[in-house]
Design a protein around this ligand. Structure first.
Ligand code: SAM
Ligand code: ZN
Length: 303
């Protein structure tokens, strides 16, 4: 493992530094972390205690090959991503959390080092095979227990990631920990929870997602899927985990930005926007111009 990247890594459990080798070994708690086919894996057993994380891993492993065709934001939000990330001076160290197939590194190639963290190995392999740029480091790990040293990153990005996590606030606190003071956390493509009256559910339902009418309640399809994947989980628990994973099969439940950006992150910029281009989306943007279905935000680490 190169010393440049080893210096940035840390034990996800106790945050101590790691001894080089395969496995990498924590210098304090001695937990081993294997490097598999060039990708370090920071997923101790405890990670899987929360079924939401297993669901996310398995869902995204399955989706990796078709992800770019299925997710239109990859094309629709390229200009927005370039505009936001273009404000970042080139040459820094970036950590992209929930990197997937690499939406962020694709649109912002001017890094010194870009660490791409994801819980899904399928996604990371796809990213590595499609973005062959130097200084891009895929790392398999959990957004809520980052395997990175404190005060080590200039930028941390989350593109379409926070709403999949059981505790997005915890992941933002971890982001704040690994950012250098003055470093920026950038959130793109987050479902927006502040919609007055949440009338947009009617529009989603009109696009044949009938279960969207019941936000917070998983649809029949999703419940079936959760049970088929995890037959050992009691039904109620599988459904709860599906809801918290907030995946495609379910309505994308919104997040309220104020609930996310606690100290020591100071919210600097916040904008809502519509990503869709269907007829209903256009009507929505005329009827509710300030509502948006999604938001992006930039926050600064204060100390
Ligand atoms: C909707 S995709 C977004 C991918 C990419 N950032 C983009 O904009 O296209 C969400 C990603 O978050 C990852 N993810 C979900 N839960 C995670 C966790 N606990 N830790 C790290 N990554 C996670 C998924 O595997 C998936 O690749
Ligand atoms: Zn440790």
């Amino acid at each position: 493992m190169s010393t440049r990247i080893l210096e940035l890594l840390a034990c996800p459990l106790c945050k101590a530094s790691l001894r080089d080798g395969n496995p990498l070994v924590c210098e304090k708690c001695y937990h081993p972390f294997p490097i598999q086919d060039g990708i370090p894996v920071f997923l101790p057993e405890e990670t899987w205690e929360d079924p939401t994380k297993r669901i996310n891993r398995d869902h995204h492993d399955r989706e990796a090959a078709q992800y770019d065709e299925m997710h239109l934001h990859i094309r629709r939000e390229a200009r927005l991503a370039k505009r936001i990330l273009g404000q970042v001076p080139p040459g820094g160290r970036i950590l992209d959390i929930g990197s997937g197939t690499g939406f962020v590194p694709k649109h912002f190639p001017h890094w010194e080092i870009c660490c791409c963290l994801d819980i899904s190995r399928g996604m990371l392999e796809r990213l590595r095979d499609t973005i062959g740029r130097p200084n891009l480091y895929p790392v398999q790990g959990d957004a809520e227990n980052l395997p990175f040293a404190s005060d080590s990153m200039d930028i941390v990005t989350f593109a379409a990631t926070l709403h999949h996590l059981p505790d997005p606030g915890r992941s933002l606190r971890e982001a704040a920990r690994v950012l250098k003071p003055g470093g920026k956390a950038i959130v793109i493509h987050e479902p927006h929870a502040v919609a007055p009256g949440r009338i947009h559910y009617l529009f989603l339902a009109a696009r044949f997602k009938w279960h969207s009418l019941f936000p917070g309640k998983v649809g029949r399809e999703a419940a079936h899927w959760a049970r088929s994947l995890y037959p050992e989980l009691p039904e109620e628990e599988a459904i709860r985990a599906m809801n918290r994973a907030n995946l495609e099969a379910n309505i994308q439940q919104g997040l309220h930005p104020q609930q996310l950006f606690d100290a020591p992150l100071r919210l600097d910029r916040f904008e809502t926007y519509y990503s869709g281009r269907s007829f209903f989306d256009r009507i929505r943007s005329i009827l509710f111009p300030a509502e948006g279905e999604l938001f992006f935000a930039i926050a600064v680490k204060c100390r």
